[in-house]
Design a protein around this ligand. Structure first.
Ligand code: ADP
Ligand code: MG
Length: 189
């Protein structure tokens, strides 16, 4: 289930002109996939509708095409799965799988705060992946607000420390593409 992409998006359909705040040369470099061989991470930050999920899916697709194992999930769904696995006494199996995929994509960190246990389980996953594989996280929250998701300042600090040690950051601070395109449609009517 984790390995399934919700839908396919690629860079062919991505309009860089619509998101001028995004570092296009960096994205094109990431689209070559070497960061995955180097076990580096990517964090895409920006408000809703700025193309974070699109970019994450497109980078995930490249990774698949290069033959890497990729898992795509939202942060909230992963925490839910981890809690469920723990209750059903199969946490180790899930943790092993999550530690073994070449690229783990965690979409939408920040919309739903975690319980203390949930935050710790997610921390463990990222900790186990540290320098073993690449993780791509998308978030609507700047780093200094990640504590609101994890509750604990200590845990958030330790997590950011690991996640940002070898990282490429994509800042997407433009307007919502959804909003802009619905405005365009309104005008055309
Ligand atoms: P986010 O994850 O940041 O909320 P999405 O990636 O889901 O935003 O983008 C919202 C919608 O707009 C998606 O259908 C996506 O494909 C499209 N979109 C966003 N940015 C662009 C862009 N620069 N070029 C083309 N489509 C875009
Ligand atoms: Mg999204």
């Amino acid at each position: 289930r984790l390995a399934k992409f919700p839908h396919t998006k690629s860079f062919d359909t991505f309009d860089f002109a619509a998101q001028p705040s995004l570092n296009k040369p960096l994205v094109l470099e990431l689209a070559r996939g070497e960061w995955i061989e180097q076990r580096r991470n990517v964090i895409a930050l920006g408000p809703s509708g700025t193309g974070k999920t699109h970019t994450a899916l497109a980078l995930g697709l490249v990774a698949c095409q290069k033959g890497h194992s990729v898992a795509f999930t939202t942060a909230a769904a992963l925490v839910h799965d981890l809690m469920e696995a723990r209750d059903e006494r199969r946490l180790r199996t899930l943790q092993k799988y999550l530690a073994s995929v070449k690229l783990l994509i965690l979409d939408e960190l920040g919309y739903v705060p975690f319980t203390a246990v949930g935050g710790e389980l997610l921390f463990e996953v990222l900790s186990q992946r540290y320098e073993r594989g690449s993780t791509l996280v998308t978030s609507n929250l700047p780093f200094d607000e990640w504590t609101t998701v994890f509750g604990s300042e200590r845990l958030t600090g330790a997590l950011l420390d690991r996640l940002t040690h070898h990282v490429h950051i994509l800042e997407m601070n433009g307007d919502s593409y959804r909003l802009a395109s619905s405005r365009r449609r309104q005008k055309d009517r």
